[in-house]
Structures are given as C-alpha cells and as structure tokens.
Design a protein around this ligand. Structure first.
Ligand code: HEM
Length: 492
C-alpha cells in the first residue's frame, strides 16, 4: 500500500491550486500553508506535483542527507523555448551536469576564489566612484559592479563604465528569464503543451506576448553564449588574455580535444556563471541598502566599527574582515532578512521516497521555502526586523549560523558562493565606509516613510524606494576618494 501524500490545501477545480497563491509573493502563501499543514505541503499546479518544504530541518534531511536522490531538477518546459538549454542551473542530474559542476568547482572553489579578490576590490572602488558621481543611479552602478565582476572572472573582460554592450545584451535576456521562466508559469505550460505552440500562433492568441519574449530570449541568449567567449579567444590569440575561467579552461585542453564538445561545455559554463552570479549579487546588495535606510542605528554601529578598525586614511580591505564581526553579521542578516531566492531553486527526486510516513513521488517539484526558514520565529524572533546582533553571541563573537540556506542545499547548492561572499563583503564594507544611506526628508526635516515592496520572480529584490546617499566625509569629491583608494592595499 502506498503511503499518503503530504497534506495540503484542497485542489481547486480544473486549475489546480494556482489561484490560491499570491503571485506577488508566493513564499508568503506557502509559509501560510506551512502553518496550516506542516513542514511538508503537497499541492499541484495542473499536472505537476509540488512539494513545498517549509523548514530547514526537513530541507536538510531530504536535500542534504538524501542528496543521492534529490539532486535532479524538475522538467521545466520553458527551458528550450527560451533558449536556456545551456544553463547548468537547470540541468537534469547526470554526467553532463557533473562535468559542468567540475569545471565550475575548479574556477570557483575557496582557494581559486581568492585570486579574484584584488579584482573584486577594484570593482568595489569603481562602484564607490559611480555612486559618488550619480548617487541617484545607484542601481545601475550595482548592476555594473556585479556584472563586471563575473565578466572579469569568467572572460577576462573588463566591462566599460556606463553602457557596456555585453552587459546590456545579457541583462536583457536575464530580465526576460527571471520574469517568465518561473516554476508557476512553467507548470501551466507543462500542463498545456499546446501553449508551447504559441510560437506559431497568430497574434490574437493570448500568450503571444510570451511567444515574442521567447523568440527574443532565444536570440539574446545565443549572442550571450557566443560573443564574450569569442572575446576571450581573441585575447588569447593576441596574447593579452589574463587568467579567467574560460582562458584557464581553454589552455588546459590546448592540443587535446578537437571534438568541440569540451569547448561547448566551457562556453555554456561561462554563460551560466553570468546567469547565476550577476543578478543574485546585485539583488542582495539592494536588499542591504534598503536595510541600511530602514535601520540607521545598525548602519551607525557598523560605521563606528569601521572607523575604529580601519581609520580614516584608507578604505577597508579583506585584511580587516576578521576584525569586524559586526559587518559579517550584517552580511548574514542581509541573506536571512530577504533571501535573494526566497523559494531557492527547485530540486526533484529521481525515485519515489518516503519521509515521516509520507510519499514523495519521483519527479515532484521540491520547493524549499527559504523565506519561511529564515523567518522561523522559533529560530529568529522578530524575524521581520533587521537585527545583525542575532548572529553574535554574548561575547560579540559570530555564532555558527551562516545563513547557508540562502545558497541552497545538497549537491546542487551554489557553486559560486565563495566568489559571491567576497563580492558582497567588499561592496558592503566599502559602501559603509564611504556613504550614509538615509530616508529622504520632507521640508520640515522629517523622514519620509515608504512601504517596502519586493519584486517577485525567481530572484527577488526591493522595488525602487526613496533614499539619499551622501558621502560620510563632508566635501568628499572624486580626488579625495581617489586618494583613499590609492592608500588601500587591495592585493590581499
Ligand atoms: C548573492 C549571490 C548568490 C546567491 C544568493 C546564490 C544562490 C544560489 C542558490 C539558492 C542556488 C540553488 C541551490 C540549490 O538548488 O539548492 C544557486 C545555484 C547556483 N549558483 Fe549561486 N548564488 C549566488 C551567486 C552565485 C555566483 C557569483 C555564481 C557563479 C559565479 C553562482 C553560480 C551558481 C551555479 C552554477 C548554480 C547551479 C548549481 C547546480 O545546479 O548544480 N552563484 N545559487
């Protein structure tokens, strides 16, 4: 006899449960179900079985401890039409995924990630200069920061200030994907494969927008995979290539593989790195800035600490990191307070499994509700508040909790997390040392409050909100900033 499926909301007629979900913040709906039904919630979108995991313990039991079974990804019918067949993140579990993962690991493992630090500091300096010049465009500066770090690490390509052609191209594709390749939408298309034929349907058919977007996505993605790779090959031929994921990997196979298969893997891994690494870093830093605006006392405490450890003659660098646990706590609290992937990325079991007496059928879409885990009041009291102190013990030392759920679980966890961690830490330390982030004030000098809203896609970031960004040192100009930068050793 088959064990029962986990409990869940009663299916609604025809459309499965899809209408019971707040599509603007599905993690909230799922967390609510969690309170009603438990840590494992069963639901369906059309024919796709979905199992939502609302607790860290269950996520670890299944995705970490039984990772041999839970390292597949669900089939998403949007992958091919949107041209995303290259993307490691979405690969089914198998030899090609393993090959990709090995290449990633070589380039991004902790020891290898150290090599990017000087570059990450440089991109951090560039970020400061951009914000000093046009603080109102800070989101653009953050895009450039996160995107150019990946481009440098992966393709030894140094993105231009302002409107970089590669970054513009790739961002367009990423925007489409983040909005349109969500599991919810994918399930609908999976249930009605006929909808996939939208690509050939006349323009009056609903879904035609998706059709246009898919065609646009395919073309953007094609160029994204090919063009920066060509750039690296050209610089290698010219003898000007500095070490990068692509140039290192190509050097390794020089004179060996002529089949083109390995070349294609390198190309695809490189393109995946951008898809996985740019938007995520950027979104996390936007959440950090929002937190600084909402919690000025946290910001001041961090700035006092930086002043006491670093002084005012230079900017912080990686050497200062271990002396500033409160900054570390801010980074962890940022990852916790609003995880960039509130619903992580779905895993799928290769075989049927039984957990706590419930059946978890193979092919089910396992959605880790990371938002619910990071807002578990029994672990994080007042979880809606940004309180870095929760990551410090009574001696002011960091606790063991590193908010790792933000980077996923098991064998599919984030292979870029060491690089991401250094990008985030350096940007946070440099921005806090240099700027004050605050609410806008009205004519009477009172703070103008605002409602906090978050984007809903695969990743989530704060929607635009009013703020001021001013240098902490009165009269700071580009020359003064340059002096601070020159006084800062970034070869650490
Ligand atoms: C703040 C920044 C980042 C966050 C929050 C983040 C988070 C995540 C999460 C939640 C997953 C899914 C894990 C799972 O399925 O259990 C993931 C996967 C992945 N990440 Fe990251 N990531 C970040 C930055 C990066 C960077 C910088 C890179 C590469 C340069 C990267 C490369 C990848 C790859 C390749 C995967 C797919 C792994 C697989 O499917 O086997 N990520 N990341």
């Amino acid at each position: 006899e088959r064990p029962p499926l986990p409990p869940g909301p009663p299916p609604l007629p025809i459309v499965g449960n899809v209408s019971g979900i707040d599509l603007g913040a599905p993690w909230l709906s799922y967390a609510k179900w969690g309170r009603l039904y438990g840590d494992l919630v069963y639901t369906r979108f059309f024919s796709q079985v979905i199992i939502i995991v609302n607790s860290e313990k269950v996520a670890k039991d299944l995705l970490d401890r039984r990772s041999h079974n839970y390292s597949d990804r669900p089939f998403l019918p949007t992958i091919a039409p949107f041209g995303l067949g290259f993307n490691t993140v979405l690969f089914r579990y198998g030899p090609l995924w393993r090959f990709h993962r090995r290449l990633f690991h070589q380039a991004l493992r902790p020891q290898a990630a150290l090599a990017y630090r000087p570059m990450q500091m440089q991109k951090g300096f560039q970020l400061l200069k951009g914000i000093l010049e046009t603080p109102e465009n800070y989101v653009d500066h953050l895009h450039l920061h996160s995107g150019s770090i990946i481009m440098s690490a992966v393709y030894n390509y140094e993105a231009e200030d302002g409107d970089d052609p590669f970054l513009r191209l790739i961002q367009r594709a990423v925007d489409i994907v983040i909005e349109d390749v969500r599991p919810e939408l994918s399930s609908i298309l999976g249930a009605f494969p006929i909808l996939l034929n939208v690509f050939n349907l006349p323009s009056w058919v609903p879904g035609i927008r998706l059709n246009k977007r898919a065609a646009e996505s395919r073309e953007c993605v094609r160029q994204w995979v090919e063009k920066p790779f060509q750039y690296t090959e050209e610089t290698m031929a010219a003898g000007t290539a500095t070490p990068s994921l692509v140039s290192n990997a190509l050097r390794k196979i020089e004179g060996e593989d002529q089949s083109g298969e390995v070349r294609q893997v390198i190309k695809d891994v490189a393109a995946t790195a951008f898809a996985a690494g740019a938007e995520t870093t950027n979104s996390t830093l936007r959440a950090f800035i929002l937190a600084m605006v909402l919690y000025p006392e946290v910001q001041e405490r961090a700035q006092k600490l930086i002043d006491s450890v670093v002084g005012s003659e230079r900017l912080p660098n990686f050497d200062d990191r271990s002396s500033m646990p409160y900054l570390e706590a801010i980074l962890r609290e940022t990852l916790r307070w609003h995880p960039t992937f509130p619903l992580s990325l779905p895993h799928a079991p290769v075989d049927d499994d039984i957990y706590n007496g419930y059946l978890i059928p193979k092919g089910a879409m396992i959605i880790p509700n990371v938002w619910a885990m990071s807002h578990d009041e029994s672990v994080y009291p007042n979880s809606h508040e940004f309180i870095p102190e929760r990551f410090l013990d009574s001696n002011g030392d960091l606790t063991d909790d590193t908010a790792q759920y933000a980077f996923g679980f098991g064998r599919r966890n984030c292979v870029g997390r060491y690089v991401a961690d250094a990008s985030l830490w350096s940007a946070i330390a440099l921005m806090l040392a240099t700027f004050k982030f605050a609410k806008v004030k009205d004519n009477d000098g009172n703070d103008i409050n605002f409602e906090v809203k978050w984007s809903a896609g695969i990743t989530s970031h704060p929607l635009p909100f009013p703020l001021t960004i001013t240098p902490r040192v009165p009269g700071m100009d580009a020359t003064m900033l340059d002096q601070l930068i020159s006084a800062t050793n970034c070869q650490i």
